[in-house]
Ligand binder design. Structure first.
Ligand code: MG
Length: 376
């Protein structure tokens, strides 16, 4: 990627916030120069192009807005990324505004990740994807300084990563549907998006070609608990591993009712974002889906995984449509989780990083320091 496209934060923050469209015009010799021994944060918008239109229970889309972030410290660069699917409520403008307000040059120690999170919380309470982008870049930077990948720093065994699921959605055209199913052949688990009008058709179409285990994400699409329970029984007979977010995130009592009766584990996704939500999720769900863009990055995601385990819950690791940057950052946690849904980089056509790989269906970490990525 071109360095000159990145925008320095701090002094230019107010200007960026006021005028997010003129971002490229800000790249000029007058920008502040990097301060030695200080953290220098810069960013640029980067739109992710999806290989297939995404048909979810509540919307369809062909692109996802993103922002790429760099933090430089004494000649070392850490990479980070924010991905903003519409339901999270963040945008290029809101992420640019938030990051533009940050002045990380007040920090001289890239290992003060906890303190930098406290600082970011003091700037604004939400902006989770924006915070995640800074958090990922800090982890990449500090891991590179230590010369170790984060899975090692956390003491995890990289051989213990799970298979990833690969996501497909329904297509009314049988030829297109068959093409989508054929694309799943390298993967050991297929994730099926449900909550639309064709929930059973998609599984039946899949089962005509393969008996690979599936997991189901209803994206809050089943609007009553009896229907959700009927689907759980139907899916349990068709080699399904678990059901993610069957009903509206506000339907806590109905979800608890479903959990009591379902033959399949019920996993929370839209219901939870951050660490304090994990304990709440335990009232109605068997497990949680952790995503860096919800958790504000790797720092809190790790804490969420530890807490969920302590509460006896299942842990799933997910992602948004992201480049290999954010996916590789999430993958550092993969040895801690039961299931991974780390296909975000595989779903986009314009990846700009080389990082973690899916080898024979399995999340496969490399030994590169930090989050294990290099720009391509
Ligand atoms: Mg989900």
């Amino acid at each position: 990627m071109r360095r000159r496209d990145f925008i320095k934060t701090g002094m230019l923050g107010a200007l960026i916030a006021a005028s997010p469209v003129s971002i490229s015009a800000l790249d000029s010799p007058t920008r502040p120069t990097a301060k030695a021994g200080r953290l220098n944060l810069s960013f640029r918008p980067y739109e992710l192009k999806l290989r297939h239109a995404f048909n979810l229970a509540r919307n369809q889309r062909t692109t996802t807005p993103g922002v790429q972030v760099q933090i430089e410290y004494d000649g070392i660069t850490g990479y980070g990324e924010a991905s903003m699917p519409p339901y999270l409520g963040e945008s290029v403008a809101s992420v640019s505004e938030f990051i533009g307000k940050l002045d990380l040059s007040q920090f001289s120690d890239p290992f003060r990740i906890e303190e930098i999170h406290e600082y970011m919380e003091s700037v604004a309470p939400d902006n989770r994807a924006a915070k995640a982008s800074v958090d990922i870049a800090l982890h990449d930077l500090s891991g590179k300084i230590m010369g170790q990948p984060w899975h090692k720093i956390w003491g995890l065994n990289p051989d213990k990563t799970p298979n990833t699921s690969f996501t497909i959605s329904y297509d009314a055209d049988p030829v297109e549907m068959k093409k989508k199913i054929e694309e799943t052949s390298p993967y050991k688990v297929v994730k099926v998006k449900m909550g639309l009008d064709h929930d059973k058709e998609i599984v039946e179409a899949l089962r005509r070609h393969t008996d690979v285990p599936i997991c189901v994400d209803a994206n809050q699409g089943w609007n009553n608990r009896e229907k959700a329970l009927e689907m759980c029984h139907w899916l349990a007979e068709r080699n399904c591993l678990f059901v993610e977010q069957p009903m509206d995130k506000a339907a806590i009592d109905d979800t608890a009712w479903l959990r009591e009766r379902s033959p399949l584990p019920i996993i929370a996704d839209e219901f939870l974002q951050r660490l304090p939500d994990v304990r709440r999720a335990a009232q109605a769900y068997d497990g949680i889906n952790i995503k860096l863009m919800k958790s504000t990055g790797m720092h809190e995601a790790y804490q969420m995984a530890v807490l969920a385990r302590a509460l006896g819950m299942k842990v799933m690791l997910g992602c948004m449509t992201e480049t290999s940057c954010a996916v590789s950052a999430a993958a550092q946690l993969a040895p801690m989780v039961d299931w991974a849904d780390l296909d975000g980089n595989l779903l986009i056509a314009n990846d700009i990083f080389d990082g973690m790989k899916i080898v024979d269906g399995k999340v496969t970490l490399n030994d590169r320091p930090g989050i294990g990525v290099i720009p391509v």
